[in-house]
Design a protein around this ligand. Structure first.
Ligand SMILES: [Zn+2]
Length: 400
């Protein structure tokens, strides 16, 4: 009560003082004016709206407490079936009365549905509906200074888009070995939003990657990626047998592989943490899967024609001899079995049984856009390529 009275007085003087300093207003007039000011300037808080992310290892009751829900209601709510769709990382929004009574709770599920929970009688009622996500097309460009992820982080490109970028150009660029300071890229991608706030990234629509001065471009068309002239970007062989990830990328950057020693070595060594996924660089049949001297656990794949590949020092093998596997399938995991001083993948590319430097071999490409679809492809590709041009030029201007 004392606080309220003080506030009333301040509000009154502020209003009255400029009007006429000389005239002392009557006490009655002061109170009338003050009463009309209180509800306008100091509205009692009807409810609070808070948003908190559900943390890994946290209990539902813990999350509800952080949202300001009082304990009895929180324990009742925590048992509600609708909350089972809540996963770590998802943000929960709550409207809560000053006494801790929840008025409403809502969160977006991984299935893009919006769950709303509101009190009803003694309990709570949940409604789940398709969320009205808006799609925005984003365009961003960045330059490699230390790693691809550092470059995408710097301009707020989501991880999912960074991975798609590495995937799309995986037939041309070995993202563990080929990146150089000053390489740059542009991406055009979808971003899903709810009420104007980003929810998650969608598809990569177009991209440009300038690797050591060589510019590569990709446009998405019918769930494949093509160069603007219609050539397929998917190659018979991936440039890298290691899956590109935040963890493996940082590792590779710190310990640069020794390409100069390739001749004596007959292979390429990829420093990577134990357990990093090793993938088949092309469609193949497993020729060998087991232990072999200094190679330790090794997998040898036979591809079409004269090609075969070997993956050594694996901590674990994930395929059996004779199995048919597709490009990008998991064949094992990085380790240090056999003659290895640290965790790394020893990779060999062989032509007619002879080890060769894969970087020196021209890789055949997959099918281009069919002749009959070229017109449709071009009408889709042109505006995307125009956007890439726009950003590429802006980018160059920035660098100069
Ligand atoms: Zn080696």
């Amino acid at each position: 009560m004392a606080v309220a009275a003080a506030l009333v007085a301040v509000a009154s003087f502020a209003t009255i003082a400029p009007r006429d300093d000389a005239v002392q207003p009557a006490a009655g007039a002061l109170i009338v004016e003050a009463l009309s000011l209180v509800p306008r300037e100091l509205p009692p808080p009807a409810s609070y709206i808070r948003e908190e992310q559900f943390q890994r290892g946290e209990t539902l009751a813990g999350l509800l407490a952080r949202l300001g829900v009082e304990p009895i209601q929180a324990s009742r709510l925590a048992r509600h079936r609708a909350l089972q769709a809540l996963r770590p990382g998802i943000a929960m929004r709550a409207e809560v009365l000053p006494d801790g009574t929840p008025k409403s709770l809502s969160f977006l599920t991984g299935r893009d549905t919006l769950v709303r929970i509101a009190p009803e009688g003694e309990g709570f009622r949940a409604v789940e509906e398709q969320a009205a996500l808006e799609t925005r097309v984003m365009m961003k460009a960045s330059v490699i200074r230390s790693s691809l992820f550092a470059a995408t982080d710097a301009v707020g490109i989501p991880d999912g888009i960074a991975m798609q970028l590495a995937d799309v150009f995986g037939g041309d660029i070995d993202f563990h070995r080929d990146l150089r300071k000053g390489d740059r890229f542009t991406v055009v991608y979808e971003l899903y939003q709810l009420n104007g706030r980003p929810v998650r990234a969608g598809r990569l629509l177009a991209a440009e990657f300038v690797s050591q001065g060589r510019a590569l471009r990709a446009v998405r068309y019918q769930s494949s990626y093509y160069a603007p002239d219609g050539k397929n970007l998917r190659k018979a062989f991936l440039r890298s047998p290691l899956e590109f990830s935040r963890v493996s990328s940082g590792f590779g950057m710190r310990m640069h592989p020794i390409q100069a020693k390739w001749k004596a070595h007959k292979g390429i060594d990829y420093a990577a943490p134990t357990g990093t996924r090793v993938r088949a660089v092309g469609d193949a049949v497993v020729e060998y899967a087991g232990v072999k001297g200094g190679y330790g656990n090794v997998v040898i794949l036979r591809h079409n024609g004269q090609y075969s590949t070997a993956y050594a020092h694996l901590s674990r093998i994930a395929v059996r001899r004779g199995a048919r596997i597709a490009q990008n399938d998991t064949i094992g995991f990085v380790g240090q079995t056999g003659w290895a001083t640290g965790p790394h993948l020893h990779y060999e590319f062989r032509v007619g049984g002879e080890a060769r430097n894969p970087m020196s071999i021209a890789m055949p490409a997959a099918q281009p856009v069919p002749q009959g679809e070229l017109a449709a492809f071009r009408s889709l590709a042109e505006p995307l390529v125009a956007r890439l041009d726009l950003l590429a030029n802006a980018n160059v201007a920035l660098l100069e």
